[in-house]
Ligand binder design. Structure first.
Ligand SMILES: Nc1ncnc2c1ncn2[C@@H]1O[C@H](COP(=O)(O)OP(=O)(O)OP(=O)(O)O)[C@@H](O)[C@H]1O
Ligand SMILES: [Mg+2]
Length: 248
C-alpha cells in the first residue's frame, strides 16, 4: 500500500535519509525503530508529504504522494505527532473532533462531540476531560488526546509517532491494545515509531530498523530476536557496547 523507494533527504550537510526502501502492506502494522535522530519522524513526514524528499519515490496505492488532491489524500490518514501538536486554544473535544468539524468529513456539532467523548473513552479518558484545555492536562493525558484525535475519523491509515512515550506501563498497555484493535478489527494500516520494545512486540506485524540513513533490517516481528544482525541486537537489548555508537 505504501512504498518508499530509494528516498533521500538532507538538511544542509546533515544527510538524514540516504536511500530508504520500505514497503507497508495494506491492513498490516509496521513498527519503525532506530536511535534518536536517525530520521524516523522525517521519514513519516515525507510519506505525508509534509517534508519533500530530495530524491526517490513514495507511493500510496501506486500513486505518487506529492501529486494529486492533497485534501483527499490526507483525509485517508490519522496522525499522532511526536510532540502532540494539540491546539492550545481549543477545548479537548474540539481537538479530538477537529476533522469532524470541518471539510469533507464534517458532522453536526452534537454528533462530533459524542464521537470525541467515545474516542476519549477508548484512550482511557473520562468525559469530563472533554471541556478542559490541553494546558490543564498532564503530559500523558495530552498524548492520549492526540491519539483520540488520530483515530477520531476512523482513517484507513494511521501513523503514530511515539504513542506510549510518557505513559505509565498500564496505560501504555491500553494504548498498545488499542493500536492492535484498530489494525485487526478496523482493517487499518498502521505505521508506528517507538523506542518501547514492549510496544514493538505488542503491536508489530513487521519491524524496520532505521540506521545510518537506511533500513538496516526489516522483517516479521517474530524473526527479530534471531536476526543475527548486530545493530538490531544491540538496539533491542539496549546495550551500550556494539556497532552503534552512543554519541551521535
Ligand atoms: N525541519 C528540519 N530542519 C532541519 N533539520 C531537521 C528537520 N527535521 C529533522 N531534522 C534533523 O533530521 C534528523 C532526524 O530527525 P528526526 O526527527 O527524524 O529523528 P527521529 O529518528 O525521529 O528521532 P527521535 O527518536 O529522537 O524522535 C535530526 O538530525 C534532525 O535535527
Ligand atoms: Mg522522532
Amino acid at each position: 500500500m505504501i512504498e518508499l523507494s530509494d528516498v533521500h533527504k538532507a538538511f544542509g550537510n546533515n544527510r538524514v535519509l540516504q536511500g530508504v526502501n520500505l514497503t507497508i502492506a495494506s491492513g498490516t502494522s509496521m513498527v519503525i525503530i532506530g536511535g534518536s535522530g536517525t530520521g524516523k519522524s522525517v521519514a513519516l513526514k515525507c510519506i505525508l508529504g509534509l517534508i519533500r524528499p530530495d530524491s526517490g519515490s513514495i507511493t500510496l496505492d501506486g500513486l505518487d504522494v506529492t501529486k494529486g488532491d492533497r485534501d483527499a489524500f490526507l483525509a485517508r490518514f490519522g496522525m499522532l505527532f511526536q510532540g502532540g501538536a494539540l491546539f492550545d486554544s481549543l477545548p479537548v473535544w474540539q481537538n479530538v473532533a477537529f476533522r469532524l468539524l470541518r471539510g469533507s468529513l464534517k458532522r453536526p456539532m452534537a454528533e462530533a462531540r459524542e464521537i470525541a467523548i467515545e474516542k476519549l473513552r477508548r484512550v482511557g479518558l473520562k468525559p469530563d476531560v472533554a471541556d478542559k484545555f490541553p494546558a490543564e492536562l498532564s503530559g500523558g493525558m495530552q498524548k492520549r488526546v492526540g491519539l483520540a484525535r488520530a483515530i477520531a475519523a476512523e482513517p484507513e491509515i494511521i501513523f503514530f509517532d511515539e504513542p506510549t512515550t510518557g505513559l505509565d506501563p498500564i496505560m501504555a498497555g491500553v494504548i498498545n491494545d488499542l493500536i492492535r484493535e484498530i489494525v485487526v478489527e478496523m482493517g487499518a494500516t498502521a505505521m508506528t515509531i517507538t523506542h518501547d520494545m514492549t510496544s514493538v512486540r505488542a503491536i508489530a506485524d513487521n519491524v524496520a530498523m532505521l540506521h545510518d540513513g537506511v533500513i538496516k533490517w526489516t522483517g516479521p516481528v517474530d524473526e527479530m530476536d534471531a536476526s543475527g544482525d548486530p545493530y538490531l541486537d544491540q538496539f533491542i537489548h539496549g546495550r551500550a557496547d556494539g556497532p552503534i555508537e552512543a554519541v551521535r
